[in-house]
Design a protein around this ligand. Structure first.
Ligand code: SAM
Ligand code: TMP
Ligand code: ZN
Length: 406
């Protein structure tokens, strides 16, 4: 299959195919099991600008609405991370007479609550009404909307230019990239910065983190692709740094050309990406073969444990777990339930494979023999919280970067 690149119009051909999949956060009530939307989950790389992207997309209104299940404040690690970036903005960027910071995709206010407490002018733009309401309850000012060119222009009119526009795990969700950057152009002050943190193609390939591929992640950025994207829309990448979030993301800083010095590490990352072949289609094709092998290994492990009479359950039901279970064909016969701390997911079924999601008490009160750690990016927090499981002989199963029992 081929499509036109959403960024530059170049040719994008399928390179990694994960088959028919439901929406990653489309958790179902038991009576909704026949109402799911499926699509072909596959990615390809633009021959011209090298941006990796979904071949087929799910309309944004189907993904983000008032029953959106992802709550950003769900882990101690996330709360700390976003409080730290908020303090960084307060100390380094929001120092003028009446500064303004706008966050695209503020979710439950995990970052902006620190800004609100400091009494600094801010606005969150968040289309999912349920999480927007949680942010408001924390004193965060929210506009319930999708960010695009019209939204950016409107905010400029009502609030004036923004010193910082921030997004985390949101910019790669926005398919209308032309309208997004037109909106940033409307909104950003002359010396302002557009800072965003997104899953990194280098991590997905380097750590075999194929479970980051799902409907919400329309783009899989590299510094090289971001360089081309920024230039196309009249901006410049002035910084790019690795951060630990979601197993390894990149925080990009864009500014209007020539307004800010370019950090040396941008060039270093570009060189590392060249060495890793991140702009080559053959790298994606090798990755496709690697994950097919991983699928066989994981399913064989689960089948052999079942034959040996071992009880195996899942721990954590992030969007990533939808990709893994659907790609591998793992259903309730191999994993009878998954526990997750998000109240909105409990009592629901995992999309596609319909594995029931229960509260974490189900795990601690009746520990299984093995647990597949789907929330592998929160491994330290979860294994510490559930230390009694391993102490009693329970074993964790992980599959990133390879299938392992610890
Ligand atoms: N920023 C939080 C974090 O990093 O944990 C939340 C990330 S969550 C995965 C993505 C958020 O982006 C969702 O709350 C979704 O509703 C929001 N979103 C999606 N498209 C958007 C758009 N066009 N404009 C603003 N927000 C959007
Ligand atoms: P994320 O990787 O997208 O942040 O999603 C993490 C998921 O893992 C979310 O559904 C909440 C769940 N989780 C737990 O169930 N227990 C925990 O201790 C942590 C940290 C996360
Ligand atoms: Zn392109």
């Amino acid at each position: 299959m081929k499509i036109d690149c959403r960024v530059c119009g170049g040719v994008v051909e399928t390179a990694v195919d994960l088959g028919r999949q439901p929406m990653a956060n489309g958790f179902l009530r038991p009576d909704q099991r026949d109402t799911e939307h499926f699509f072909d989950l596959a990615i390809g790389m633009c021959e011209r600008c090298t941006t990796v992207q979904l071949m087929e997309e799910v309309p944004q209104e189907m993904r983000y609405h008032s029953a959106y299940r992802y709550q950003a404040s769900g882990s101690v690690g996330h709360r700390r991370h976003f409080a730290a970036i908020a303090r960084h903005f307060l100390d380094q960027e929001l120092l003028g007479p009446d500064p303004l910071i706008v966050e695209i995709g503020c979710n439950d206010g995990v970052m902006l609550e620190t800004i609100a407490r400091a009494g600094v002018r801010h606005l969150g733009v968040e289309p999912s009404g349920n999480v927007a309401a949680v942010a408001r309850s924390k004193g965060v000012r929210v506009r319930e909307d999708f960010f695009d060119e019209a939204t950016g222009r409107d905010i400029r009119r009502t609030d004036g230019p923004a010193d910082v526009v921030f997004g985390a795990n949101t910019i790669c969700h926005i398919a209308h990239v032309h309208s997004l950057f037109a909106g940033i152009d409307e909104l950003l002050s002359d010396r302002g910065v557009f800072v965003f943190e997104e899953p990194y193609l280098g991590t997905i390939i380097g750590r075999t983190a194929f479970d980051q591929i799902y409907d919400e992640h329309v783009f899989y950025f590299t510094v090289r692709a971001m360089h081309a994207i920024a230039r196309q829309f009249g901006f410049e990448v002035v910084d790019a740094e690795h951060i630990a979030m979601h197993g390894g993301s990149i925080r990009y800083t864009l500014a209007r050309p020539g307004r800010r010095p370019v950090a040396a590490r941008v060039g270093e990352l570009l060189a590392q990406e060249r060495a890793a072949g991140l702009a080559e289609r053959a790298t994606l094709q090798r990755f496709d073969a690697t994950i097919s092998g991983l699928r066989v290994e994981l399913v064989e492990l689960l089948r052999s444990l079942r034959s040996a009479g071992r009880r195996v359950v899942g721990y954590g039901a992030p969007g990533k777990s939808t990709t893994v279970t659907n790609f591998c064909g793992i259903g309730p016969d191999l994993i009878p339930y998954i526990v997750d701390s998000t109240p909105e997911k409990q009592g629901h079924l995992l999309p596609g494979t319909h594995i029931p999601v229960l509260a974490p008490e189900a795990f601690s009160e009746d520990p299984p023999d093995h647990a597949v750690l789907f929330s592998w990016n929160h491994a330290a927090e979860i294994t510490a919280k559930e230390s009694a499981f391993a102490a009693a002989g329970g074993r964790w199963i992980t599959y990133v970067p390879r299938v392992a029992v610890t």
